[in-house]
Design a protein around this ligand. Structure first.
Ligand SMILES: [Fe+2]
Ligand SMILES: [Fe+2]
Length: 205
């Protein structure tokens, strides 16, 4: 038997009971989305970083658990956890649902894994310097089976081959969508886009 003090939190997560807990926080459609993202994140991890498969599945399942909080609740939770609110988050508090979800993860789900929390915090806008788990979740959140937008099939194909390029496609999709909706652009997503270009993830068209 494994010494429980050496066991990592994510070695044997009871995925089904976490899903049951998650269901109490989300409407059915968002809950279903979370399950799809868990599947996609798990699959991408198995391709790109098999040692992260459990973490990716958990991050996928739980990434949107704070999505049902309203603007005031998100701002209040951000204040409670000393999260710095950027000007774009002040303008569009919905952007905070990732950072707040990461902060609430220990008390809602008893999960304290820093990489999982980091990936969940990063999934909304992306972040320059994202590590592998963050990249997997950033891509999986848009490549999941419930997504339907122009370019999603290309994203799904690319995500299996080149995670960096997949993240570039996600940043492009988010920026395009934000422009189309005439919403505030979060400059962090522009930074992510620029960083991935500089890293050579453009396809040279
Ligand atoms: Fe989200
Ligand atoms: Fe999501």
């Amino acid at each position: 038997m494994q010494n429980r003090y050496n066991a990592r939190v994510t070695d044997a997560p009871d995925f089904d009971s976490l899903a049951e807990q998650l269901a109490q926080y989300l409407r059915p459609r968002r809950f279903k989305h979370s399950q799809y993202v868990a599947e996609t994140a798990h699959e991408l991890a198995q391709i790109h970083a098999p040692y992260l498969a459990n973490e990716a599945r958990l991050a996928g399942l739980l990434h949107d658990h704070a999505k049902s909080l309203g603007n005031r609740a998100l701002i209040a939770q951000a204040a409670r956890f000393d999260i710095d609110i950027t000007p774009s988050e002040r303008e569009s508090p919905g952007l905070l649902h990732g950072k707040v979800a990461a902060a609430l993860l220990p008390e809602r789900f008893n999960i304290d894994d820093p990489a999982i929390r980091r990936a969940i915090a990063d999934h909304v806008t992306g972040r320059p310097g994202m590590g592998t788990l963050s990249r997997i979740l950033f891509a999986a959140d848009q490549a999941s089976a419930d997504r339907a937008f122009d370019g999603v099939d290309e994203l799904r194909r690319v995500a299996r081959e080149d995670l960096g390029r997949a993240c570039l496609l996600v940043a492009m999709h988010k920026l395009r969508y934000t422009l189309y909706k005439e919403r505030i652009i979060d400059p962090v997503t522009v930074e992510v886009y620029n960083e991935l270009l500089k890293q050579g993830h453009a396809d040279g068209r």
